[in-house]
Design a protein around this ligand. Structure first.
Ligand SMILES: [Zn+2]
Length: 332
């Protein structure tokens, strides 16, 4: 302050302080009015909030800064879209990894996923998601999950969604799809143009801009054939058919309740959106492979208990009868 007085003179500094004290609340009130009256118009609203922010962002009393903060939140929070000139609120920075599930988490789901040998980390402070996990496996249910080039965020989903993806893996592979390129998974945002939350906010949705398989690399934007229904029989190209088969694999088996394609609306012209993993689909409590191994072990123990050696078992009628059954089970 002393330096300012020496540089500009006492009158100038005093005048500036008075102007600052008077002017700032007036501006705040004006900005508020602008924000309130034009709340319906998205662009004006964004501009207003931007103005509020720029006025109180760099200077102004603490009270006003807080005031501006709440306004900015009311206008533009939680959404990255339709908010021109406004920095999005990223919740990724709050995400933390934890070792054990917290109260309220779906522990059974985590257990089943671990048994299915899916690699993941349990997370906390993931807004909106009941049992947030970050998937580390490259393959889920035998299908490769590859991060799309446009995706800069972590692979965070609700545990149950990953579980359903794992179960659906078989059907997806049967549809001829080897890899899925995913873009958006968890993001805490509204549906475009509304104040309702997107399923992405709950970790129950995923965006798929591309798939690959024997048909090659198929993107939604270039290879999805619009206006053609069915499961690939009516398509003109193999890639278009692959997209339809993929949709059918997820939808007709009731793995996901809703699939939005380029046919649905313009927002989905460049990706497929799958959401709402079926509540009734769960992984087996004990995977088949493990069950088979345990069964074999139990069998051998019982064999010994009856005084039979391991080498004698194949000769036994019951043992011979049983063996092929084990083999088919474990080969799955
Ligand atoms: Zn989506």
């Amino acid at each position: 302050m002393g330096r300012l007085v020496r540089k500009f003179g006492a009158t100038a500094v005093l005048g500036w302080l008075v102007w600052f004290a008077v002017q700032t609340p007036v501006q705040a009130r004006v900005a508020d009015r602008v924000t309130v009256t034009h709340r319906r118009s998205a662009s004006r609203q964004a501009r207003a909030s931007h103005r509020t922010r720029s006025r109180h962002g760099s200077f102004g009393s603490r009270r006003h800064r807080r005031h501006a903060g709440t306004h900015a939140k009311r206008v533009c929070a939680h959404t990255r879209y339709g908010c021109v000139g406004h920095k999005p609120t990223y919740y990724d920075q709050f995400v933390r990894v934890i070792r054990h599930p917290l109260r309220g988490y779906d522990r059974a789901c985590i257990k089943r996923l671990r048994r299915a040998r899916v690699k993941f980390r349990i997370l906390t402070r993931v807004k909106g998601v009941r049992t947030p996990i970050e998937v580390l496996s490259k393959r889920i249910g035998g299908v490769n999950y590859i991060k799309h080039w446009s995706n800069k965020r972590r692979f965070i989903l609700d545990c149950h969604t990953v579980e359903v993806l794992d179960v659906a893996g078989r059907a997806i592979r049967r549809a001829g799809v080897a890899s899925i390129y995913y873009s958006s998974t968890w993001r805490y945002t509204y549906l475009g143009g509304t104040h309702r939350f997107s399923q992405h906010a709950f970790g129950r949705a995923m965006d798929i801009p591309a798939i690959d398989g024997a048909f090659g690399y198929a993107t939604t934007i270039h290879h999805y054939e619009r206006g053609i229904v069915g499961c690939g029989a009516k398509n003109h190209t193999s890639k278009g058919a692959a997209w339809r088969k993929f949709c059918c694999a997820l939808k007709l088996n009731h793995y996901f309740n809703r699939i939005l394609t380029p046919d649905t609306n313009r927002d989905h012209h460049d990706h497929l959106h799958i959401e709402g993993p079926s509540r009734s689909v769960h992984l087996a409590e004990r995977p088949r492979r493990l069950r088979a191994v345990e069964g074999r072990r139990r069998h051998s123990v019982r064999g010994r208990a009856h005084g039979r050696g391991m080498h004698r078992r194949p000769a036994h009628g019951r043992g011979m009868h049983r063996r092929p059954a084990h083999r088919t089970r474990s080969s799955r």
